[in-house]
Structure formats: structure tokens, C-alpha cells
Design a protein around this ligand. Structure first.
Ligand SMILES: *Cc1c(COP(=O)(O)O)cnc(C)c1O
Length: 437
């Protein structure tokens, strides 16, 4: 019956096509602030009501009205193999059957730690937590505790989750409710600018615990570091005896199997993970040099804990994903598909000289509505959010799901087929034609 109804609904114009989402959206707004449990999901930037999904499999999403979408949100990063890969579902189900949480060690934690270490030689020891936010929050505390210093240096436009220390006035997201004593300890500097980083570090010589960096930025458009910059950051941290933390919550596994640190061949002291690492289960992790990790309780005096940390369901999902990623074809497919997508759009954009920048690292990408490339937060301020909003709704209506934001990274998965990509190219190019006509 549901199928029949959705069949009728699908052929109607968009306002009716997503009627159930519209109704659910009105109702949820009364109960959950802004209708979302994470503000990124809101459509406040692009307008209209959110879409409620009921199924995600491979590269496809199905909404509660029965409409299908080819997905490039990738759940904001986790769906690197597409949604609900069979063997991951099976492994997680088996873990649930055996008891979802013990509050004591399980062997999957050991498997998982070994598998991460295999691809990330900088990780001598690791702790698993439940989100990227928790991973960054814990890594920053560890860096402060280990060095006995309080200042944290990070970059304008960066996103590192929602703990107090990393929500600064020029970060991707700022917030009220953060004590001055906390925000005063965070110093912001522009991305891709070594001179200003060095002057910050020398000005606060002996006081900076860590430099926290996204080795590829995902929240001001996908912005890559120059080779000189990412190497220079490492050199400056060594020169001033400061810990370097790579936030690889999005880039780990995504830009290369060994993360951005393998891609750029730069080794951080600490790394944070999340998103794709858990096979769709809630996860975060942080790790690095044993000497630093030994400052954690119960060995050292830096406290961090968690009832659900390292739980068997998440570990089972993670182990299975890491196994699947060991298949060399996965990264070849990710590269081939993303290149196909970009080549198809680039050809159209170049022919018409549209003010569009195509920026990507591996399978994380952005179609940036700006007339020049974006290298830092300042550059990203001229991104045309209004035009993006029009584009977003045209492609959504045509069955393409994107992040509802002009600056956030989109993702290709290994489940996207050649045909799905060529359909996507056609829809995107038509939409670009419409918004720039
Ligand atoms: C998503 C993200 C986070 C936060 O992770 P959550 O799991 O959403 O808390 C932190 N850092 C980066 C780089 C991210 O992309």
C-alpha cells in the first residue's frame, strides 16, 4: 500500500512530492529545536523543509514519501563504502546479539586498534570514543596535560566539533555560552599562511600546547594545504617544541587509506578520527606517540572516560569497514568515480566560463560558487550562498542529495556506479545552466 501511495506522490510536483516530510518537519519543529539533532542538518541556509529519510543502501537514499536520491552527503563522511554494506550490517547485528555493551574490554577493541595502527604508523597507541567532538576534546586536553601548557593554536574557518576550546569566533562555527577563560586560550590564524603561524608561535613561545589542524579543510569548501604549508606546520611545531594534532575525523580513510598524513607524508604527534572509522556506528578515536598517550589515566594524570567507548557494536562495524577498505579496488573506485564526476562538471563549467571552483581531495569534494579558488577562510567569504541554495533545490528535486550548505564537503562512496555518476553529472550541469542563465 505504501508503495502505491508513494507512486502517486512521486509523480506530483515537488511541494506534494515530499508532503510527508513537510508534515513531519512541521511536527518535529515543535519538539526538537530547529527540527534537528545537529544544526548542520537544518535547511536554514538553503530554505524549505528538511527531507526525512527511511532507508539508505549503497549510494541511494529513500525518503518517507518513497522518493529516491543519489546520495553525496554520505552522512557527512561515514558512508565511504556506501550505506549499510552487507557485511558491516551482519557484523554489527552479530555484536548486538552478543550484548551491545559490556563496560569491560572486548577482543574487537584489540582487532580495531591493530587495524588502525597498520595504516597509520604515527598511531602507537589509541583510545576509542564515541564522536569526533569527543576525540578532539580529549586530544586537546591530553596535549595540554602532557605539555603543561594551555594555549591552543588553530585555523580560521576550521571545524573540530563542538567542545568549548574549538568554537572560536573565526572558526567555522562560533557559539555563545563559552567562558572567556576558555576562549582566550584558543588562538586563531589563517590557513595556508606560514608567516602568520610562525609569528603567532614565536609571540607565545613556551605557552602553546598544540597546533590543531584539519590537514584538508572540509567546512570552507574543501580546501587543501599547499605542500609547503603542511610541511612547514610540522617544521614550526618541532622548532617551537609544540605538539601537532591532525584532525582526521573527516580525512582519515577518506583522502587515502592512511589519511592525509599518508597523502602528504607528514607525521603528526596526535591524530583524531571519527566518521568513516565506525562503519556507520557512532565513533571517534584519538591516538599517537606512546609517550604522549601514556599521560592518560589510569597510567598518567589526564582524565578521559566513556560508558560506550570501544563498545562491541561500533568496534564490529569499524573492523569490518577497515577489512573492506583493505581491498585495493575500493580506493581505485573512489578515485575513478570522483574524477568522472569532476571531469563531467568541469567540461561544462569551462565551456561556459562559469564562476565555479571544483576542489577535492580523494573522494571529498566541493562545488564552490565562487569566481576564484578558495585557499582560506577569507577567500570563502565571497562564496555565493544564494545561488548555491537555488542549485541545491534544483538537484534535490531531481533526486540528488547534497549537504545543505554552500561550504561543507560532499562525498562520493565506493558504492556509486558509473551510471549513477553520469546521471548526476547531467543533473548538476542542467542545474548549473539554470542558476547561471
Ligand atoms: C565532523 C567533524 C568533527 C566532529 O565530529 P562529530 O562526530 O560530528 O562530533 C570534528 N572534526 C572534523 C574535521 C570533522 O569533520
Amino acid at each position: 500500500m505504501a508503495q502505491q501511495e508513494s507512486g502517486i506522490v512521486t509523480s506530483a510536483p515537488r511541494s506534494n512530492k515530499t508532503m510527508r516530510s513537510k508534515i513531519a518537519s512541521d511536527e518535529i519543529n515543535l519538539l526538537i529545536p530547529g527540527g534537528v539533532n545537529s544544526p548542520f542538518r537544518s535547511f536554514h541556509e538553503v530554505g524549505g523543509h528538511t527531507i526525512f529519510f527511511e532507508k539508505a543502501k549503497g549510494a541511494k537514499l529513500t525518503d518517507i514519501d518513497g522518493n529516491e536520491y543519489i546520495d553525496y552527503l554520505g552522512a557527512w563522511g561515514p558512508a565511504i563504502l556506501g550505506h549499510a554494506p552487507d557485511s558491516v550490517v551482519k557484523a554489527c547485528n552479530a555484536a548486538v546479539e552478543s550484548g551491545a555493551v559490556f563496560g569491560a574490554p572486548n577482543l574487537l577493541e584489540l582487532d580495531m586498534a591493530r587495524m588502525v595502527q597498520k595504516h597509520f604508523p604515527s598511531i602507537q597507541q589509541i583510545r576509542f570514543v564515541n564522536s569526533g567532538t569527543e576525540a578532539v576534546m580529549s586530544a586537546v586536553r591530553l596535549a595540554r596535560g602532557h605539555t603543561g601548557r594551555e594555549l591552543l593554536v588553530m585555523f580560521d574557518g576550521a571545524y573540530h566539533g563542538h567542545s568549548d576550546s574549538v568554537l572560536a569566533s573565526t572558526s567555522h562555527q562560533s557559539s555563545s555560552g563559552i567562558p572567556k577563560e576558555s576562549s582566550n586560550k584558543t588562538i586563531m590564524t589563517p590557513y595556508n599562511n606560514l608567516e602568520l603561524l610562525e609569528s603567532t608561535l614565536s609571540k607565545h613561545d613556551g605557552q602553546v600546547a598544540a597546533v590543531l589542524i584539519e590537514p584538508v579543510c572540509g567546512s570552507m569548501g574543501v580546501v587543501l594545504p599547499t605542500v609547503q604549508f603542511i610541511n612547514g606546520v610540522r617544521i614550526l611545531c618541532d622548532k617551537y617544541n609544540i605538539l601537532l594534532i591532525f584532525d582526521e575525523v573527516l580525512t582519515g580513510l577518506r583522502v587515502a587509506q592512511g589519511g592525509a598524513q599518508a597523502l602528504f607524508n607528514v607525521q603528526p604527534d596526535l591524530t583524531t578520527f571519527g566518521k568513516a572509522l565506525g562503519g556507520g556506528m557512532p565513533i571517534g578515536a584519538y591516538g599517537g606517540k606512546q609517550e604522549i598517550m601514556s599521560s592518560l589515566m589510569p597510567i598518567g594524570d589526564v582524565y578521559q572516560a566513556g560508558t560506550f567507548s570501544g563498545n562491541p557494536v561500533t568496534m564490529a562495524g569499524g573492523v569490518e569497514v577497515l577489512k573492506l577498505l583493505d581491498n585495493k579496488d575500493v580506493y581505485d573506485t573512489l578515485e575513478t568515480r570522483t574524477a568522472q564526476l569532476f571531469n563531467g562538471i568541469e567540461e561544462y563549467v569551462d565551456k561556459r566560463a562559469l564562476p565555479i571552483q571544483l576542489q577535492r581531495a580523494g573522494s571529498m569534494f566541493s562545488i564552490i560558487f565562487n569566481d576564484k579558488p578558495v585557499w582560506n577562510f577569507e577567500d570563502s567569504k565571497t562564496i555565493d550562498a544564494e545561488r548555491f541554495a537555488k542549485f541545491f533545490h534544483i538537484i534535490l528535486d531531481a533526486g540528488i542529495n547534497f549537504p545543505p550548505s554552500a561550504v561543507d564537503a560532499a562525498c562520493v562512496s565506493a558504492a556509486h556506479t558509473e551510471e549513477e555518476i553520469s546521471d548526476t553529472v547531467a543533473i548538476i550541469n542542467t542545474a548549473l545552466g539554470q542558476v547561471f542563465q
